[in-house]
Design a protein around this ligand. Structure first.
Ligand code: PLP
Length: 419
């Protein structure tokens, strides 16, 4: 049962009963180092509800076969499940057309696809790509590889101290050679929610397409690619309570149709001859080889689960936790939050004077509290704030105020040990 729209047992009036939802996630009911597990590493990956675990297990137990090329019953069933997943993702993102949904291994592969295919075709020597100073490495390095290969330049939108983007500087970066903007929707290192609709409008006024990295956004707010008017949107299933190893790229149909393949193999061709081959239409042109079929089934279960609760209720719940957690963390002696933008998702990134982030993470683990410590694959963000690493608590739909209280108690252990 996942439609718990009642008073929150934590006392917050968010319309979501996180304590009840926790029962859907078997992994949460365990102890770590003799303490109840408090899972606050949702930015890295989310845990899976029974609905997802069962959907994947049942698919392997009953319906699994390779897709598209079989005439037998199991292959037809598996194909229907996989192509049904495409319809489900289309609905989830409100894409205009199912052919605009390309399955990938995740966000990273989606960005690499666009860099190799769109970038290889449309970005050349002297052209410019605009990124922001808060991108995840997966939305930096593919562009660097392309830029090195073709001789393009990367321009970077600077950040204000609170972790928001300098939008005037952004607007000033456009020039006659700007070919693409690639921007993160929600920063994994800072929690900043970027005004991507506004940024897309600015880019389009210059005739420049925009790729949005939605890895940290889809589980926390409703995404509508038509309302955003973005050209590409990438996300990973494992960050929205689905399996790892699968994700999707939304691409505007006319762009995908004009793009060349980026990987060759089975399923992406129309005809093959040694004299030359021809390509399938999108999205199949970009899906060479056997995909993560069961992953697509799990992704459907995850999207159904999340939509069953309602993304608006999830967002309200997480915002309550964010406000609660921010107020408590600000009282921890020596603690500094990194990322305090007005519009933030449920990420609390912080440093403590005189304590390395890895030591924070290790002490918290002994208290049963799972957080991430490190550069969060966003080294330029660490450089911007002059820190080698941060500790990061990232919240999900099953977290409660009690989890935040446990984090704060565990941080008291840190300050006792290192203070
Ligand atoms: N972009 C952001 C903002 C992320 O947080 C992550 C993962 O942490 C990624 C991209 C990469 O996602 P994946 O490893 O699932 O491809």
């Amino acid at each position: 049962m996942n439609t718990a729209l009642q008073a929150d047992a934590t006392g917050a009036a968010t319309g979501l009963d996180a304590d009840r939802l926790r029962a859907d996630f078997p992994i949460l009911a365990q102890e770590v180092h003799g303490k109840p597990l408090v899972y606050l590493d949702n930015g890295a990956s989310t845990q899976k509800p029974n609905a997802v675990i069962d959907a994947v297990g049942d698919f392997y137990a009953r319906d699994y076969a390779n897709i598209h090329r079989g005439v037998h019953t199991l292959s037809e069933r598996a194909t229907a499940a996989f192509e049904g997943a495409r319809d489900r993702v289309q609905r989830f993102l409100n894409a205009a057309d199912r052919h605009e949904i390309v399955f990938t291994r995740g966000t990273t592969e989606a960005v690499n696809l666009v860099a190799a295919s769109f970038g290889g075709q449309r970005i050349g020597a002297g052209d410019e790509i605009i990124l922001t100073g808060m991108e995840h490495h997966s939305n930096i390095v593919p562009w660097q590889l392309l830029a090195e290969r073709v001789g393009a330049q990367i321009r970077v939108v600077p950040l204000f101290d609170d972790g928001s983007l300098d939008l005037e500087a952004y607007a000033a970066l456009f020039g006659p050679r700007t070919r693409l903007v690639a921007v993160v929707h929600v920063s994994n290192a800072l929690g900043t929610v970027n005004p991507v609709a506004e940024m897309i409008a600015t880019a389009h006024a210059h005739g420049v397409p925009v790729l949005v990295d939605g890895a940290q956004a889809v589980a926390h707010a409703r995404v509508d690619v038509q309302a955003l008017d973005c050209d590409f949107y990438a996300f990973s299933a494992h960050k929205i309570y689905g399996p790892s190893g699968i994700g999707a790229l939304y691409g505007r149909r006319e762009l995908l149709e004009a793009m060349p393949p980026w990987q060759g193999g089975g399923d992406m061709i129309r005809t093959v001859a040694f004299e030359g081959s021809t390509w399938a239409d999108p999205p199949y042109r970009f899906e060479a080889g056997t995909p993560h079929i069961a992953g697509a089934v799990g992704l459907v279960a995850a999207l159904d689960y999340v939509d069953g609760i309602g993304l608006d209720a999830i967002a309200a719940h997480e915002h309550d936790l964010l406000a609660y957690g921010t107020a408590l963390l600000e009282q921890v002696p020596g603690l500094r939050l990194i990322g305090t933008a007005a519009d933030k998702a449920a990420i609390l990134s912080f440093v403590i004077d005189g304590v390395h982030a890895h030591d924070i993470g290790t002490v918290l683990d002994f208290e049963g509290v799972a957080v991430r410590a490190g550069h969060h694959c966003a080294m330029p963000v660490m450089t911007r704030y002059g820190v080698p690493a941060t500790a990061r608590a990232s919240l999900g739909l099953y977290n409660t105020r009690a989890d935040i209280d446990a984090l704060v108690r565990a941080l008291q252990r840190v300050t006792e040990m290192f203070g």
